[in-house]
Unconditional design. Structure first.
Length: 108
């Protein structure tokens, strides 16, 4: 009888301990998930900064080749924005189609 009483007295402590362990594991998993997301965003930002210069030089070469005067900087910046927007739009379409294919494969 005493053993049964001890087990019932210790049972809530064990369930609390299991609950705490599960909460710590959940926190650890969430922390890793958000750390990966933040790191990915930081690397993407770094890549974007590097590509910005390359794209800007390419657009400058294109604008010069087409004989658009660079003195009119608002036109230059507008053309650059249009060209970069078009390139990014095409890239987003390609990436979204690729992601949809990956999701279909994952569900199978």
């Amino acid at each position: 009888m005493k053993k049964e009483q001890k087990m019932t007295k210790n049972q809530p402590k064990r369930s609390r301990k299991v609950h705490v362990i599960n909460a710590v594991k959940h926190f650890d998993n969430q922390f890793k998930k958000y750390l990966v997301t933040a790191s990915t965003a930081a690397f993407a930002f770094l890549i974007a900064l590097v590509w910005r210069d390359a794209i800007q030089e390419s657009v400058t070469a294109f604008v010069t080749k087409v004989n658009i005067p660079l003195q009119q900087s608002y036109l230059y910046k507008t053309y650059m924005a249009i060209i970069i927007t078009f390139i990014c739009f095409i890239a987003l379409i390609i990436l979204s189609r690729w992601g949809a294919k990956m999701n279909k494969k994952a569900k199978k």
